[in-house]
Design a protein around this ligand. Structure first.
Ligand SMILES: Cc1cc2nc3c(=O)[nH]c(=O)nc-3n(C[C@H](O)[C@H](O)[C@H](O)COP(=O)(O)OP(=O)(O)OC[C@H]3O[C@@H](n4cnc5c(N)ncnc54)[C@H](O)[C@@H]3O)c2cc1C
Length: 470
């Protein structure tokens, strides 16, 4: 049996390692980049090391956490989660505490939030607002005033779509508080039984960066004799009847064909279809064209001071700031920055090809520094240097009708008994590292057990209602 895996992100690597540990199947992982890890990578810049965006390790799945502990051993730090959110001119601990809000914001504003909430509840009894869109889902649970102040602008900024045209699936995955009522009851009756926590109060982190986890998966896989080839891309996937027969990839300008009994694809679903030979029908490509990913520009700033704050990361939902979040790598691990200096990573969402995506580092810095100064965290003259990195496939864009296009694509793939789409990109599914590892393990178990393609769809059901733990 030969398993080819496309993509050496966390999902592809976890699949490969598990297959290597539990079977004698031949495994080949094909990765486009010169390093493994996908979004979970760390790079060096002079004396600094940085992740591509903050990557805390947290899971409610004990099996996954113990697997990660086995892989990373003493490298893992346990850190208290410390983060704040900037709202209405002030900083609040995150997750938000009602008492902090009440102590800081004006009574008029609190009343506005309260009235708006009760109004939306009363209105819902007469004419319920649809829960289909992100906007509707949030207004139904928090009222319009809170939606317009916090959730709406944040969603618009991160995903770049009007929240009224964004699927409520995003809100369900991302918003951990069920309803404003829960927050208020928790404030009035502190001893009340709360919902299971959807915030990580502490998390694990490898002290030299998240790359350590990706590298540990790679090393374990290779130590068991399986192959991972880097800087290589598939150029064709040859299919016949209802199965994938082989994958052709390019290595050193030479095409190599690898027959396979199974193909696991963790590359972006939109990149998979053009590889099929023979080519899928044109209706399939209409669906492919209707799906897109939101991208991220990461602006890294080097500062000549010990620390900017004690926060791991800070959220900036309001539209006054071009960025969504700022994270300070040194607060994850002090060995990642030299003494007397620190580095900030500023996350700016954008679309591939738009003005920002094509801007130079100097232009991005100039567009950002004014907003950064407004945060009162840093001053321009403290910045000694800056540079950017880009993540093309950062977030699947859940438009209102994304399922209309995604489902036919998944159905098409289901036609191939030995093809398993998987992971955040391969399934167009918002997930975290722990889900990716679990998906990887499940795919390997599925292949080893020789189960049917329908069984794989059943396995994936458990990820339908996942919450992204903040
Ligand atoms: C900014 C940011 C912060 C995050 N923070 C956290 C966090 O704190 N905690 C957490 O648990 N999760 C976090 N996540 C989510 C986490 O990063 C992902 O869930 C996880 O990395 C997804 O892994 P994956 O293998 O499915 O996808 P990817 O990491 O995207 O891997 C796909 C791989 O396929 C390769 N590839 C693509 N196209 C091709 C091709 N044609 N040929 C060959 N190879 C190809 C890519 O190079 C990549 O290596 C964060 C995500 C982002 C964007």
């Amino acid at each position: 049996m030969k398993v080819v895996i496309l993509g050496a992100g966390i999902t592809g690597l976890s699949t490969a390692m598990r297959l290597a540990e539990l079977s004698d199947f031949e495994v080949l992982v094909i990765e486009r980049e010169p390093t493994v890890g996908g979004i979970c990578r760390t790079f060096k810049e002079g004396e600094f090391s940085f992740d591509y965006g903050p990557h805390k390790i947290y899971s409610q799945n004990e099996r996954i956490i113990s697997g990660i502990k086995n892989l990373c051993g003493e490298e893992l730090l346990t850190l208290p989660r410390k983060s704040r959110i900037r709202l209405m001119g002030g900083y609040f601990n995150y997750p938000l505490e009602v008492k902090d809000l009440l102590l800081t914001i004006s009574p008029l504003k609190s009343m506005r939030f309260g009235f708006s909430y009760f109004y939306s509840k009363a209105k819902a009894r007469i004419k319920p607002c649809s829960d289909d869109s992100y906007e509707g889902w949030v207004v139904n649970r928090f009222g319009r005033a809170i939606y317009e102040t916090v959730f709406g602008p944040y969603a618009q900024k991160i995903w770049g779509i009007d929240p009224a045209k964004t699927s409520s699936d995003l809100a369900k995955h991302r918003i951990s508080i069920p309803d404003l009522k829960e927050v208020l009851l928790g404030f009035i009756f502190p001893g009340r039984k709360k919902q299971p926590s959807l915030y990580a109060s502490q998390f694990l982190y490898p002290q030299r960066g998240i790359q350590y986890l990706s590298d540990a998966l790679k090393e374990r896989t290779e130590s068991l004799g399986r192959k991972i080839i880097l800087s290589t891309e598939p150029v064709r996937i040859k299919v016949k009847d209802s199965a994938v027969g082989s994958v052709v990839y390019k290595q050193n300008e030479r095409e190599v064909e690898m027959e396979c009994s199974h193909l696991v694809s963790t590359i972006p679903i939109t990149e998979l279809f053009p590889l099929f030979e023979p080519s899928p029908p044109s209706e399939v490509f209409s669906c492919v064209d209707a799906l897109s990913f939101r991208s991220l520009i990461l602006l890294y700033l080097i500062l000549g001071k010990e620390r900017v704050s004690s926060d791991c990361w800070l959220y900036f939902p309001e539209k006054d700031f071009i960025f969504n979040r700022v994270f300070e790598q040194k607060n994850f691990s002090s060995v990642m920055a030299p003494p007397g200096k620190t580095g900030l990573c500023v996350e700016i969402s954008c679309d591939v090809g738009n003005e920002l995506w094509n801007a130079t580092d100097d232009e991005i810095f100039e567009r950002t520094i004014g907003d950064l100064e407004k945060t009162e965290l840093i001053r321009r003259e403290e910045v000694t240097s800056y540079f950017t990195k880009r993540i093309r496939y950062a977030y699947p864009k859940y438009t209102l009708d994304y399922r209309k296009y995604l489902l036919p694509l998944l159905e098409y793939l289901q036609g191939f008994e030995n093809l398993i789409p998987n992971g955040r990109q391969g399934l167009f599914r918002y997930n975290n590292m722990d889900h990716s590892i679990e998906m990887g393990f499940l795919a390997a178990d599925h292949i080893i057990a020789g189960k049917s393609r329908d069984d794989w769809n059943q396995q994936l059901k458990r990820f339908e209602d996942i919450k992204i733990i903040d």
